[in-house]
Ligand binder design. Structure first.
Ligand code: ADP
Ligand code: ADP
Length: 233
């Protein structure tokens, strides 16, 4: 399995201000699936994505990513594991402010030991794929939020990760850019069998889902009918 959650709960705070963000969520996702999570604000989508991306650990329950128990993995080892296996986009894009777009995209490659020139070359190809070929030399503060979002997607794809985790990837994009980005994600999913997790409010995103999951109050509800993928590449 690509990802398996067993009775995963996440509780924030304690005492009076205790929030149950996830309540005994169990989920098995096979390699190559494209899982789209929808649901109201506060239903636990980001928390679930954080746990799948190994950026956060559950309060209780088991999490296996690519067959590996990531709950009990020491932080240092987990960082390496994440860099190698998981590309992610979260709502704060976390582009490094003093690096250009291409340097930002090259960063995870360089961190894995790819030579700088090769990493920058690949970064430029990735930027082209997200329609940012002209922005390679720009710093994050010189880019609109939509451009930063696309640069962060390019960075998430840099290491050809088997697992891609995207939180609201289309939130700052106009219809054209959003549909191009969805086509790119669908292509990566199909061609590389990348397992994709996306949280979104955008109904268009459901078009690239192989599984549609609704969240409500920290619980997951699978759509009865698996979605028929409409977006062709
Ligand atoms: P969604 O992504 O569906 O909007 P979240 O996973 O962000 O939902 O949030 C789920 C619940 O957990 C919400 O009630 C939210 O307020 C709470 N929550 C999320 N992150 C934290 C945090 N770091 N500290 C305290 N509560 C949090
Ligand atoms: P550090 O110098 O802190 O060890 P890294 O080289 O691991 O940082 O990563 C640099 C930046 O790239 C970070 O801000 C991180 O958010 C981002 N990043 C690293 N790996 C990934 C990935 N697999 N997907 C998306 N962003 C990543």
């Amino acid at each position: 399995m690509a990802v398996e959650l067993r009775r995963v709960s996440k509780v924030y705070g304690n005492g009076a201000v205790r929030t149950v963000a996830l309540e005994e969520v169990s989920l098995v996702v096979a390699p190559g699936e494209s899982v789209v999570l929808m649901g109201p604000s506060g239903s636990g989508k980001t928390t679930l994505l954080n746990i799948v991306a190994t950026l956060d650990r559950p309060t209780s329950g088991e999490v296996y990513v690519l067959g590996v128990d990531v709950v009990n993995m020491p932080e240092k080892k987990l960082e390496k594991f994440r860099l190698r296996n998981i590309g992610y986009l979260f709502q704060s894009y976390n582009l490094v402010p003093y690096l250009t777009a291409e340097q930002n995209v090259a960063l995870p490659l360089i961190a894995l030991g790819v030579k700088k020139e090769l990493a920058l070359l690949k970064a430029r190809v990735l930027l082209e794929l997200v329609g940012l070929e002209k922005a390679a030399g720009l710093y994050p503060q010189q880019m609109s939020s939509g451009m930063q979002q696309r640069a962060a997607v390019a960075r998430a794809l840099a290491n050809n990760p088997p697992i891609l985790v995207l939180d609201e990837p289309t939130s700052n994009l106009d219809a054209d850019n959003a549909s191009n980005l969805l086509a790119l994600i669908a292509a990566v999913n199909r061609i590389f069998k990348t397992t994709v997790f996306i949280a979104t409010h955008d109904a268009e995103v459901a078009r690239i889902a192989t599984r549609l999951i609704y969240m409500r109050s920290g619980r997951v509800y699978e759509a009865a009918e698996p979605p028929k993928r409409e977006l062709k590449i």
